[in-house]
Design a protein around this ligand. Structure first.
Ligand code: URA
Length: 300
């Protein structure tokens, strides 16, 4: 559990002895001492000041990077889930990422363990040999994601299938082949985009990922989005739409529209596997890929 004084992030550890800096007057020092005692009674034993250069951009506050051809009005969009920024806001239930051990003075700005946005490598490293949910025991490989770490377009699928689980890469099976073909129809190169999934481990029998699995894994997806900073996210299928946009309506109803994810435009479309099962519907996926192409063309 993270605790916070206004403007502060705290951690448990040894309470450093407050050294009153010269700039602090007696009243402020007493007030601060009272607060510290109060927090100490609550079991919180140390604080550091957040370095302002590492301030977290809260979801929804980030400015939109571009204007989409069509944006659904906020009324039409159900409330979005809280979308955590890197290493803050939400972590998988029992796997909270621990801040570093305190080695600094109460009144110093916290050293920045990782300055600037997280890299995909750092996020992957943090994911480690993940055991955060019940998909871990049955997976063969963690399928983290693949592609250009600075892609303008990011695809988010549902979860790895059998081929992906074997190869450790997203969308390499039949659905992936269709995804590649759709990209080709609008002259997008796979190497230029970034592709990942809501869950990084294959659900047994390719079932839909369950809520607890999505809850454990989605913080890593949000961090991937934050790291890549795409101009457009393409949500492939209902689980991606639900996780990224918080929209629970049927995908065929809401597909083809642009939404907003913490200031980044996101297009909802059907999953390629749906088209494999309903080949006559291919034109709807093609139409949506044309929207992607037009969006990327229209905004530099
Ligand atoms: N389906 C998905 O949702 N993701 C993959 O990586 C492959 C198939």
């Amino acid at each position: 559990m993270w605790h916070g004084l206004p403007g502060c992030v705290s951690f448990t550890g040894r309470m450093p002895v407050p050294q009153a800096p010269k700039i602090m007057d007696e009243t402020t020092r007493k007030e601060l001492a009272a607060w510290l005692e109060f927090y100490q009674e609550l079991g919180i034993e140390g604080f550091f000041r957040r370095d302002s250069s590492t301030a977290v951009t809260l979801p929804g506050l980030a400015a939109a990077k571009s204007t989409p051809p069509e944006v659904v009005s906020p009324k039409a969009v159900p409330p979005r889930p809280t979308t955590p920024a890197p290493s803050a806001v939400t972590h998988p239930p029992q796997q909270a990422i621990r801040p570093p051990a305190p080695t600094f003075n109460l009144f110093e700005a916290a050293p920045t363990p990782r300055s600037g946005p997280e890299t995909l490598e750092q996020i992957r490293e943090d994911l480690g040999d993940c055991q955060r949910c019940k998909l871990a025991p049955t997976r063969k490989t963690i399928v983290f994601g693949e592609g250009n770490p600075h892609a303008e377009l990011m695809f988010v699928g549902e979860g790895p299938g059998a081929d992906e689980d074997e190869q450790g890469l997203p969308f390499v099976g039949r659905a992936g082949k269709l995804l590649n073909r759709m990209m080709e129809t609008v002259r997008l190169k796979r190497a230029d985009v970034y592709i990942c999934n809501v869950v990084k481990c294959r659900p047994p029998g390719n079932r839909t990922p369950e809520k607890d699995e999505v809850d454990a894994c989605s913080p890593f997806l949000y961090r991937q989005i934050e790291s890549v900073k795409p101009r457009l996210i393409c949500c492939l299928g209902a689980p991606a739409v639900r996780t990224v946009l918080g929209i629970k309506e049927g995908i065929t109803k809401i597909r083809g529209r642009f939404y907003d994810f913490a200031g980044t435009k996101a297009l909802a479309t059907v999953h390629p596997a749906y088209i494999l099962r309903n080949p006559r519907e291919e034109k709807i996926l093609r139409e949506d890929f044309e929207k992607i192409r037009d969006f990327l063309k229209a905004t530099p």
